[in-house]
Design a protein around this ligand. Structure first.
Ligand code: NAD
Length: 374
């Protein structure tokens, strides 16, 4: 098997699918590796670091596609890229299966076997391959750093000759993987932190990180450990209770999501207008439409003195560690696919391999994607 990695083509993307440490571990499976020159540079890895692990560096992406039969990527490749791949190529990365039906159709007609990291099942055995979680943890951390940067206040309590500074009040809404990491990071910076989620199991997790849980009678557990959408009545009740916590916070970080649905709108314009000027909202749900009514995806705006930051592709802004974690997720998945002599053997009876496969042998294997494309 020859593993290939190119530069990511999406603007603003700084991550790379393969880091030198994982190149070394892949080598122990007896594979060869080819990479486009400069592919790791935006994540802090130079060609030389890969060459030290016997990776072959080539000048162009098309040279990678010609030589490699297993392509690792962060983002789904463009149609032009897919057209450069040979038909027996195996492709692994975030494939955005719910977006861009034309691309899925092309993967199908070109007979490319593609695996979507979004489709890795969230079972214990697959935790080490769960790239949604690893990248969400990076985003949760970075959201707090962004908030601290935009805030007009210190996070920690300071006792100085110029008087005592009170710690910032941070409110984290949505206590999944990103939210819990945000809580931990805000605590480390010394803020007083409140956390909130609609799933009852999060209370203990929030409290174990030293934050206060905002308890409400609403319980909205959905399928597979995720949340379900709230009813209009529940939403109203949630807003009434949350409004005063939002108003009191210097910093609000929102991370709420429901699989396959637009992000729930939790912070209304009215709630923003009750916040003190100089407060900050970082909306990590911007990609799915945002948790704040006023968020503009990809932009930072001000509304009556409140800064509303709605960044996209946040994991890419901590590119070295995000790439390292992602690359390890890929390696753990590949370990299920590679035998000791470096050949690829796909065991379709393995739940992880079976459910993460998007297209193979001219078919769309993932049923919801097939329905969307047809
Ligand atoms: P997510 O990104 O889908 O959502 C983030 C959080 O938003 C969730 O905690 C959700 O409950 C919350 N939320 C949704 N609607 C809300 C609302 N209206 N108000 C407030 N909060 C709202 O979730 P995630 O971070 O991907 O993970 C969610 C669950 O999956 C967790 O229980 C996590 O432990 C579990 N998980 C399991 C595995 C595994 O076993 N391999 C891996 C990752 C996550």
């Amino acid at each position: 098997i020859c593993v290939g990695v190119t530069k990511e083509r999406l603007p603003q993307e700084r991550r790379v699918a393969l880091v030198p440490e994982i190149a070394k571990r892949l080598k122990s499976f007896g594979v060869t590796i080819v990479m486009e020159t400069g592919a790791g540079q935006t994540a802090g890895f130079l060609d030389q670091h890969y060459q030290e692990q016997s990776v072959k560096i080539v000048e162009t992406a098309s040279a990678v596609y010609q030589q490699a039969n297993l392509i690792l990527t962060v983002n789904a490749p463009s149609s032009e890229q897919i057209n450069l791949m040979t038909s027996d190529t195996v492709l692994i990365g975030f494939m955005s299966p719910h977006r861009d039906p034309d691309r899925i159709r092309l993967l199908q007609t070109r007979s490319i076997t593609s695996f979507a990291m979004e489709l890795i099942p969230r079972i214990s055995r697959a935790q080490s391959m769960d790239a949604l979680s690893s990248q969400a943890a990076v985003a949760g951390y970075k959201a707090v750093i962004m908030a601290a940067d935009l805030a007009m206040v210190f996070f920690p309590m300071l006792t100085t000759a110029a008087g005592t500074i009170r710690p910032a009040k941070a409110l984290i809404i949505g206590a999944g993987v990103a939210g819990l990491q945000a809580i931990a990071t805000a605590r480390r910076l010394g803020a007083m932190v409140e956390g909130y989620d609609v799933r009852a199991a999060t209370k203990e997790q929030v409290e174990s990180l030293g934050a206060k849980f905002i308890d409400m009678p609403i319980r909205a557990e959905g399928q597979g450990g995720y949340a379900r959408e709230l009813t209009a009545e529940e939403r109203q009740q949630q807003q009434e209770i949350l409004a005063k916590h939002v108003a009191a916070a210097n910093v609000v970080i929102t991370t709420a999501a429901i699989p396959g649905r637009p992000s729930p709108k939790i912070i209304t314009q009215n709630m923003v207008e009750r916040m003190a000027s100089g407060s900050v909202i970082v909306d990590l749900a911007a990609e799915g439409g945002g948790n704040c009514e006023l968020s503009q995806a990809g932009n930072t705006i001000q509304h009556r003195g409140v800064v509303i930051h709605a960044p996209l592709n946040v994991p890419s802004q901590t590119p070295l560690h995000a790439s390292e974690m992602y690359s390890r997720n890929l390696f753990n998945l590949l370990s299920l696919m590679l035998n000791k002599t470096g050949e690829l053997t796909l065991d379709w009876s393995d739940e992880v391999i079976n459910s993460s496969c998007l297209t193979t042998a001219g078919e769309i294997k993932h049923a919801p994607t097939r329905t969307m494309v047809e």
